[in-house]
Design a binder for this molecule. Structure first.
Ligand code: ADP
Ligand code: MG
Length: 254
């Protein structure tokens, strides 16, 4: 029996690049309205697992995926699944911010404009709300129509989060989203994730163990493409079941 709901269920997921398995037989349920941290050494398959949730893997042509990922009960690798519909449910923050080559305002308005055209006042409201949510409003309110790439890297990453939130996703995916940021911007992103988790499912890939300890409710430890251990953060960090997990969280290898 589990004590939480899940709308992402992964069953027997195997991902091969050119025949080499980057993920082997991964089975896991991701809890809703919590922060799940995916941890593990470099090359263990963290990014591959994250990309499997919104079918970003198939941008590479050398990939073969077997098994299932169910979102809202639907196997996203089944026939007839609309990838654009699926991706609307997901906001993705990459390692480095990827602002669109347009103004700050237009970055946030981009998704809502694609999803139907809110009027000017409504759009202003949407842009403001999401910039407030990521703690950027006060910093940019006087230069909303300036190019987004003039912002600092930390501000750009918060803008990317605002852009993602503006399409009202169900799930926020972060692939080491603070690794390129200064400490203050990292802290802001961490705070926003914590503030947002009551409304979203957040899945955070991180190789920073202290960050996982600070943020995660649930932890998935990957090693060499396999799940070694997963469970509530207190259990995995406090009383790990596996020797390999213990050594990793003690920093014996990284
Ligand atoms: P992590 O994010 O934990 O560092 P990745 O998911 O990026 O791990 O990679 C897992 C394994 O798959 C690694 O051995 C990596 O070299 C390999 N891999 C990742 N992407 C590709 C790709 N596009 N083509 C071939 N091999 C890849
Ligand atoms: Mg990675």
């Amino acid at each position: 029996m589990r004590s939480w709901n899940s709308h992402i269920q992964v069953s027997n997921l195997t991902v091969r690049y050119d025949g080499h398995a980057a993920l082997s037989d991964v089975t896991i349920d991701i809890p809703d309205q919590k922060i799940t941290a995916i941890i593990g050494p470099s090359g263990s398959g963290k990014t591959t697992l994250l990309k499997s949730f919104n079918r970003l893997l198939e941008l590479d042509t050398n990939v073969v995926v077997t098994g299932e990922v169910r979102i809202d009960g639907e196997n996203i690798y089944g026939p007839g699944v609309e990838v654009t519909h699926l991706r609307k449910k997901m906001g993705l923050l990459a390692q480095k911010p990827t602002v669109l080559p347009m103004s700050i305002y237009d970055n946030v308005a981009f998704g809502p404009r694609l999803n139907g055209r809110p009027g000017r006042e409504r759009m202003d409201e949407i842009v403001r709300t999401h910039l407030v949510a990521v703690g950027l409003w006060n910093e940019v309110k006087d230069r909303l129509h300036k190019p987004a790439d003039r912002l600092s890297v930390g501000q750009q990453q918060r803008l990317c989060l605002a852009r993602g939130l503006a399409v009202e996703p169900e799930v926020i995916l972060g692939d080491e989203p603070t690794s390129a940021l200064d400490p203050r911007s990292s802290r802001t992103i961490e705070e926003k994730f914590t503030a947002l988790k009551s409304r979203y499912t957040i899945i955070l890939v991180t190789h920073i163990l202290r960050q996982a300890r600070r943020l995660a409710d649930y932890v998935v430890f990957l090693y060499d493409g396999r799940i070694v251990e997963h469970g509530p953060a207190g259990q995995v960090f406090g009383t790990p079941r596996e020797q390999l997990t213990r050594e990793y969280i003690e920093g014996i290898f990284s």
